[in-house]
Design a protein around this ligand. Sequence first.
Ligand code: PLP
Length: 459
Amino acid sequence: MKRPRTLAEPFKIKMVEPLRIATPDYRSKALEKAHYNPFLLHSDDVYIDLLTDSGTSAMSDHQWAAMMIGDESYAGSHSWEHLEKIVKELTGMPYVLPTHQGRAAERILYGILGGKNKVFISNTHFDTTRANIEFTGAQAFDCISDESLNHEIELPFKGNMDVKQAREIILKYGAEKISAVILTVTNNSAGGQPVSMENAMEVRALCNEFGILFVIDGCRIAENSYFIKHREKSYREKACIDIAREMLDLADGFVMSAKKDGLANIGGLLVLRDKTLAGKCTNLLIISEGFTTYGGLTGRDMEAIAVGLEEIFDEDYLHYRIKSTEYLGRHLHEKGVPLIRPYGGHAIYINAKELYPHIPVEQFPGQALVCNLYVQGGIRCVEVGSVMFGKYDENSKLIPAKSELVRLAIPRRVYTQSHIEYVIDVFDDILEQRTSAKGVKIVYEPPFLRHFTAKFSEV
Ligand SMILES: *Cc1c(COP(=O)(O)O)cnc(C)c1O
């Protein structure tokens, strides 16, 4: 058959969740009430919600069926045994600890490994990873090449760790100070860009040389495996699940938020090879999350994750997943929307500074685009720029972020191709009205993580 033009979904719909399509007028008022911060909108007022891919996946009939046989026993639940078996098969690691989210796994592991004078190295620490490390008094260094950070260059593995930079940090601080090297796959904070197997092998060799623990943050390891299969020679014929397993064979530990490639709405995992370290983590797990056979999850959650971890490696699903994200990126690019390329696995990032060159960074061009996408199309997304990462100098002048981006994150199995077509269409209006777009100013902000609750007004 000729390659079909339509990227048809490899699933059909058994249950629907009606969406309300409000008018731009209504949305304009709703946004004003939400102080121009889409985090403060009612979700019922949103048509296409691209705020995050975390915990927003649609579960399959098999997952829902498995939830019905969830075993809610406090200890020794068969749902736990099911999850443990699947995770051991995926990771090849013997010690599996369930947690309520990815950050709980991080808090436990980095709480034990961290502390004052300790150092962690990553390709890019995700926000919660960095926060949990810094909370212990340790330092977290991102090692990523300038090429990877350059939005103009197209490279197959822009998520890779810069091993040369990592080595310099090890030599500077001394190997005994380095708590762990964390490879985040795909590299979420660097645009969902993939990490190659070659890079994972180099990281393993570096950790061997200095005797350092190697942890994989594999929230999106299935998506990463698809990229390896299609971009790295010698993996073309391999199944994505085997590629993931091969990568995990290199690591000493694995942390994961099941809200991403677990295809579940809640859950996390901490998986280890070392018995002593696993023992310490287990103590903290019991104190803070729950007993070892549920760790803050219900039996039915564990069933959903176990089934989700198998479904995520379905080759048809992964093809559809990566290609549908790419489809959105490619069509926006063809329209002339400035964005980061190549496209990541779970999201498309628009360069708002380039789209709205007339809006100064002090007036947050990214937030302006987020607001316009909502009013024009009922689309909700998030600014990843100076609202999220901007700081102030001693004269309260804004120190802007490195770039002013807007992230369109794609929930898994939730929206159809026609929803994506709709999003692409909305950008016609955005482009048409780009010169009249207005910036915003902050009228209220909390001291931490201001993007969640800050209030704005139009300038
Ligand atoms: C989401 C995420 C986490 C944290 O997981 P939560 O389930 O949200 O607590 C950690 N690392 C990466 C790379 C993530 O994307």
